[in-house]
Design a protein around this ligand. Structure first.
Ligand code: MLT
Length: 408
C-alpha cells in the first residue's frame, strides 16, 4: 500500500493561479460573447526579442547536425551562460560572485520551491505577508508549516506588509531560521531601499538566519536607491541565496530559464552544529534530481546579454513599465489607492467600499470582464487588495483602467 505525503492533504484548495484560471474559464464558457481582459497572472504578452529568436534558431540548427548536436546539458549550466550572467548581472555592478556560485535552472518558481530540499524539516520559516504562495505551499509540503488556523500556519511567522507600514516588513519578533524575501515584491510591487535591506542582512548575520531572496523582478527597478541584488549589501554572501529569472526580464515564461546564486561563503548547519555548505548540497540536489536546462534555451538566455538583446529587452521592459504607469496613475486619478508599479510590474490596488478581495475580484470579472488576482490569495494582509499586472497588451490595459475608473 503506497502512502502519500500527507502534507499535500493539508494544503487548502488549489494553487492560487490554478483556482483563478478555473474561475475565469468557467466565466468564459458561460459568456462566450464577453471577451475578458487578463491582468491576473503575471504572464508576458510581448514577443521574444529578435536576438533571442535568432539564438534559438541557430541553436536549433546546431541540434540538427551530428557534429554540433548536444545531449544532456551540464547539471549547473553551460559555461557560456554562466559567464554572461556573472559578467553582466554581478561584475557590472561590482558584486564579486563567481561562476561556481551560479546554478542555471528552468526558472525561479522551481528553484524557490525546490530549495527546501536541502533544508531541515525543523527550521522555522518567516515570510512577508502578503507573499508569493510558492514559499508557503512548499514549506507546507516539506512539513515545516505546522497546522492551518484562520488562514495562517502555526509554524510560519508572518511579517505583515500593509499600507500603514509602507509595505516594509519588521524583523521577526520570534526566532526564525529561514526568511523568504522577494524584492521588488510580488504581489505588492513595492521595494526595500538599500538601508532597509541592510537591516535584514545584519539581522541574518547576527542570528545565523538564512535569507532566501527572490529577485525575479529586479530588471523592473527604476529608482537608484533600490538594490538589484542582495549581494550589493555587505555581508550578504554569508547569509543569502538569491533567485533570478528570465521569465519577466526577457519574456521567458514559456521558454523557462532562471538561475540561483549560492555563495561559497554561505554556511548552514548540521544537527550537531557543524557547518555545511549549501552550495555543495545544492550541487548534490541538482545533479540527482535535475538534468540541466536545454541547450537551445541557454543559448537564448545568453542572447539576452548581447548588445542587441539588452537594447531589445530594455524596450520591452519600458513598454510594460509604461503599462504600470497607465494603471497606477489612472486609478489614482479616480481617487483609488494604488501602490507599487514604479520598480515592479505589479500594482496593488485597495478595493473600494471595503469590499473583500474575492468580492472585488468577482465584481471585476463578472461586471467589467477584467481578471485580477485577489490579494487575500497571497495571505491575510492581502485582504482588501487586488493585484493588477502590467504585462498586458496596451489597448487592453488602457481599456481595463477606463472600465475600472468609470465604475469607481
Ligand atoms: C505571478 O503572477 O505571481 C507569477 O507569474 C506567478 C509565477 O511566476 O509563478
Amino acid at each position: 500500500m503506497a502512502l502519500v505525503n500527507e502534507n499535500f492533504l493539508r494544503l487548502p484548495g488549489s494553487y492560487l493561479f490554478a483556482e483563478i484560471a478555473q474561475r475565469v474559464s468557467a466565466y468564459r464558457s458561460a459568456h462566450p460573447d464577453r471577451p475578458v481582459i487578463s491582468l491576473g497572472i503575471g504572464d508576458v504578452t510581448r514577443p521574444l526579442a529578435p536576438a533571442v529568436i535568432k539564438a534559438l534558431q541557430d541553436a536549433t540548427l546546431e541540434m540538427a547536425s551530428e557534429k554540433t548536436m548536444r545531449g544532456y546539458a551540464p547539471y549547473y549550466g553551460y559555461d557560456f551562460l554562466i559567464e554572461a550572467i556573472v559578467k553582466n548581472d554581478f561584475h557590472a555592478r561590482r558584486i564579486p560572485i563567481d561562476a561556481g556560485e551560479v546554478f542555471v535552472s528552468d526558472g525561479a518558481k522551481s528553484d524557490t520551491g525546490n530549495i527546501g530540499d536541502i533544508l531541515g524539516a525543523g527550521n522555522t520559516v518567516a515570510v512577508t505577508d502578503p507573499v508569493y504562495p510558492v514559499y508557503v505551499d512548499t514549506s507546507v509540503i516539506a512539513g515545516r508549516a505546522g497546522t492551518l488556523t484562520d488562514g495562517q500556519w502555526s509554524g510560519i511567522e508572518y511579517l505583515p506588509c500593509t499600507a500603514e507600514n509602507g509595505f516594509v516588513p519588521e524583523l521577526p519578533k520570534k526566532h526564525a531560521d529561514v526568511v523568504y524575501l522577494c524584492y521588488p515584491n510580488n504581489p505588492t510591487g513595492t521595494t526595500l531601499t538599500r538601508k532597509e535591506l541592510k537591516k535584514w542582512v545584519d539581522y541574518a548575520v547576527e542570528n545565523r538566519v538564512l535569507l532566501l531572496y527572490d529577485a525575479a523582478y529586479e530588471a523592473f527597478i527604476t529608482e537608484k536607491d533600490v538594490p538589484h541584488s542582495i549581494f550589493e549589501i555587505e555581508g550578504a554572501t554569508k547569509v543569502a541565496i538569491e533567485f533570478r529569472s528570465f521569465s519577466k526580464t526577457a519574456g521567458f515564461t514559456g521558454v523557462r530559464c532562471g538561475y540561483t546564486v549560492i555563495p561559497h561563503e554561505l554556511k548552514a548547519y548540521a544537527n550537531d552544529g557543524s557547518e555545511v555548505s549549501p552550495n555543495e548540497l545544492w550541487k548534490r540536489r541538482q545533479s540527482t534530481k535535475f538534468n540541466g536546462t536545454a541547450y537551445i534555451v541557454q543559448r537564448a538566455a545568453e542572447a539576452v546579454y548581447s548588445s542587441e538583446g539588452k537594447q531589445q529587452i530594455r524596450e520591452t521592459i519600458d513598454f510594460y513599465m509604461e503599462n504600470a504607469k497607465i494603471i497606477r496613475t489612472g486609478l489614482e486619478k479616480a481617487g483609488m489607492k494604488a501602490f507599487g508599479g514604479v520598480n515592479a510590474p505589479y500594482i496593488w490596488l485597495q478595493t473600494p467600499d471595503g469590499k473583500s478581495s474575492w468580492e472585488y475580484f468577482d465584481y471585476l470579472l463578472n461586471e467589467l470582464q477584467i481578471v485580477t488576482t485577489p490579494g487575500s490569495g497571497f495571505g491575510k494582509s492581502g485582504e482588501g487588495f487586488v493585484r493588477l499586472t502590467a504585462f498586458g497588451k496596451r489597448e487592453e490595459t488602457v481599456e481595463a483602467v477606463e472600465r475600472i475608473v468609470r465604475s469607481a
